[in-house]
Design a binder for this molecule. Sequence first.
Ligand SMILES: C[S@@+](CC[C@H](N)C(=O)[O-])C[C@H]1O[C@@H](n2cnc3c(N)ncnc32)[C@H](O)[C@@H]1O
Length: 194
Amino acid sequence: MRAKHLDNITYIVGPAETLPVDDGSVSLLTAFVSAHWFDLPAFMHEVERVLQPRGCLVIYSYMYPFDIECGVFSEKLTQILWKVIEDLRPYESHKMNHVREDYTAMYEAIPFADKKRLESVRLIPLKLPELMGFIGSFAEYQALKAEDPLTAQALMEETEKRVKETLGDAAASAEMKIVLKIVLLLTCNNSQSS
Ligand SMILES: C[S@@+](CC[C@H](N)C(=O)[O-])C[C@H]1O[C@@H](n2cnc3c(N)ncnc32)[C@H](O)[C@@H]1O
């Protein structure tokens, strides 16, 4: 693990469905871009088990669709990105339905009455290599690559070519921004407090 060492932080690897911590011992539990992969009923059971009274749960992730902002190129670049996501759709896990429905079922599954669902937008600046890296990090792309590396490589090359053609001379230097819709679920264990 490459995480920075701090005296008051301990790192443990374990499944979200059987958290390796004691009952009622957690004051803050967070999951970023990951809760949709969990077995939801088992995870929520663990949330109830490990959170101390007034302990908080924060689940957040970015949602579809991703847009690209880049001046006059915005619409064309966004369409290129959406096309990749559509091409990768056969490799999309059913778990991504949570993301496609903006974590609404996830919100409903939270076992505490005291909860809030917030939305915001985050802009991530990037250039072409980072954009290609972002696409390459999609779970769907990784699934395609594992099954058919040549098709995966061709998809990347075709996508990069289309982006370069769109940006023309500006391709190497263009500053793009990925527009990410963030959904944040906040809740607090109020079951034993009054
Ligand atoms: C997209 S990554 C996000 C990682 C990290 N939160 C971040 O922002 O960089 C999703 C992570 O969820 C983890 N994950 C998926 N299912 C899990 C499960 N059932 N229990 C624990 N971790 C899980 C994966 O191993 C992966 O590290």
